[in-house]
Write a protein that binds this ligand. Structure first.
Ligand code: GDP
Ligand code: MG
Length: 501
């Protein structure tokens, strides 16, 4: 099974990491409710499951286990075996990250992979990118390289950070760029939190735009989480989230647990066996039609306690699939099931009206069923999506699907959905308009230009880069039917011949 290295940057990144690691351990039957075993890193033998052992190295370095075969008795005592999380924890202040070294799980984190400074990045992207980037470049790369050397089959980097602050946004952008340089063939997945809905940082629009420019240029796939969407979901649903990591609890705990569960779902296909393979590497091929158009809307179900089905039947599984694709569960504003009627036989005018009406076009989709889901279930759901989702014609309404044998802890089944759609324009517009308002006044810009390395033109550059990608997403909404033979009745398709020199 492939390995992942989690790079957590800034307060938000490390708080999400603070919820992520206990949740990963829970998948291996180390639960905080069993406090003695949790504190001592002991796997509960009575519940141990073989497939799970196979995937243990995805998130943990087990190279110190003094044995050639990782049998249960050799692996179960994490502390004694010096099992380490494949995590790099970076923050330019100490508060959040120091909680890792005081927590019950301190034995999991390698001291060399914890990098801090004083006194932070002051909500300034330029401070994070230029000041801290150049100062900590070597130390950060050293710990990432050392972690990568402990991997046999490195699948990808998963970067966690917020876009609105200074450290995650600035230093996170810097690290992303360095990773592309040092590991050009390893995928870089970024789960990033946009400050929409939590307007608590005045310079957030600058930071978000500058960091988005780097996501466009250097990420393989981006999973944006709007704080507004996370807040709405937590208000609507009863999120089961006991404080798993006592010393790393935060007011964002419920919201962060949604991000964590999504990450566990996305990586599950690469970590566990299944009847239909769903590897994270397949995400970029299936979901990203053109370079840089890699912003994916994500969602899963069940999320809250109210959604937890009590039995597994055809109807509860289908209901759960519909929830996973409903607008209420999306991590950013998007409605995949927007069409009210089948658009198979539409003529051009209707086609245009349709897209104008729904205001979005979908390029690609992916579904991952875990646990009890069957191939028959999945085929049925794909047909539903093909009717109700405004797919572009050249995408051939193709939906990549996967089945993973292992469901999330405590559930019989779950569904993950991913879409690449023009609805990401909403996010770009929301951010750009606030950015423009501030920039028109040149308010707060002196904090950026006073940082060595930052030039005022960087504001215009990021604005242009975001405008370009916005335009690309806008263009896909306008279908060119002249190239779609099946939309032109009674015309026999002629094979085009390419001249090969
Ligand atoms: N969802 C979520 N948002 C957060 C969290 N911590 C901070 N934020 C948001 O992220 C933005 C500030 O980023 P922060 O991570 O504190 O800055 P940094 O430490 O400089 O990277 C603000 O808009 C906060 O509301 C968190 O744990 N979860
Ligand atoms: Mg901070």
């Amino acid at each position: 099974m492939g390995e992942f290295i989690i790079v957590q940057v800034g307060q938000c990144g490390n708080q999400i990491g603070g919820s992520l690691w206990p949740s990963i351990l829970e998948e291996y039957n180390i639960s905080k409710s069993d406090h003695e075993n949790f504190k001592n890193g002991l796997i509960n033998a009575s519940k141990y499951c073989y497939e799970i052992k196979e995937s243990f190295n995805s998130f943990f370095d087990i190279s110190n286990v003094n044995c050639n075969n990782y049998s249960f008795s050799n692996l179960s005592d994490l502390k004694r075996n010096k099992v380490k999380a494949r995590a790099i924890c970076i923050d330019m202040e100490e508060k959040v990250v120091s909680r890792f070294s005081k927590s019950d799980l301190k034995f999991l984190f390698d001291k060399k992979a914890i990098i801090t400074n004083y006194p932070g990045s002051a909500n300034n992207w330029a401070e994070g990118y230029f000041s801290h980037g150049s100062k900590y470049k070597e130390k950060i790369l050293e710990s990432i390289v050392s972690c990568a050397e402990g991997c046999d089959n490195l699948h990808g980097f998963v970067l966690l950070y917020s876009m609105g602050g200074g450290t995650g946004s600035g230093l996170g952008s810097y690290i992303l760029e360095q990773l592309e340089d040092f590991f050009p063939n390893i995928d870089r997945f970024v789960a990033c939190v946009y400050s929409t809905g939590s307007e608590d940082v005045i310079t957030a629009p600058y930071n978000m735009m500058l960091a988005t420019q780097h996501l466009i240029e250097y990420a393989t796939c981006v999973f944006p989480f709007e704080n507004r969407a996370l807040q709405e979901i937590t208000t609507r649903k009863n999120i089961a989230c006991e404080s798993k990591f006592s010393s790393i609890s935060s007011p964002f705990e419920d919201m962060n647990s949604i991000v964590v569960n999504l990450l566990l779902n996305i990586t599950s296909g690469s970590r566990f066996t299944g009847q239909m393979n769903f590897d994270v590497n397949a995400i970029k091929t299936n979901m990203v039609p053109f370079p840089k158009m890699h912003f994916l809307s994500s969602s899963f179900s069940p999320i809250g306690i109210n959604d937890w089905p009590t039995v597994s039947s055809n109807s509860t599984r289908e209901k759960n699939f519909l929830k996973a694709c409903s607008k209420d569960n999306q991590m950013m504003t998007f409605n995949p099931l927007v069409l009210k009627f089948q658009n198979e036989m539409l003529n051009f005018e209707l086609f245009e009206i349709l897209f104008a009406d729904v205001g979005q076009a979908v390029i690609s989709g992916m579904l991952l069923g875990r646990g009890d889901y069957t191939l028959t279930d999945m085929r049925k759901y794909i047909k539903i999506l093909q009717k109700k989702t405004p797919f572009l014609d050249w995408s051939d309404k193709c939906v990549k699907m996967g089945l993973c044998d292992v469901p999330p802890v405590g559930h019989a089944f779950s569904m993950l959905s991913l879409f690449n759609s023009s609805s990401v324009i909403n996010l770009f517009d929301c951010m750009s308009s606030k950015f423009q308002t501030l920039l028109n006044k040149k308010a707060h810009t002196h904090h950026y230009t006073s940082i060595e390395g930052f030039d005022f033109d960087f504001f215009y550059e990021c604005q242009n880069t975001v405008a370009d990608i916005r335009e690309m997403y806008e263009e896909i909404k306008i279908p060119d039917t002249s190239t779609i033979p099946r939309l032109q009745p009674n015309i026999n398709y002629e094979y085009k011949k390419f001249e090969i020199e």
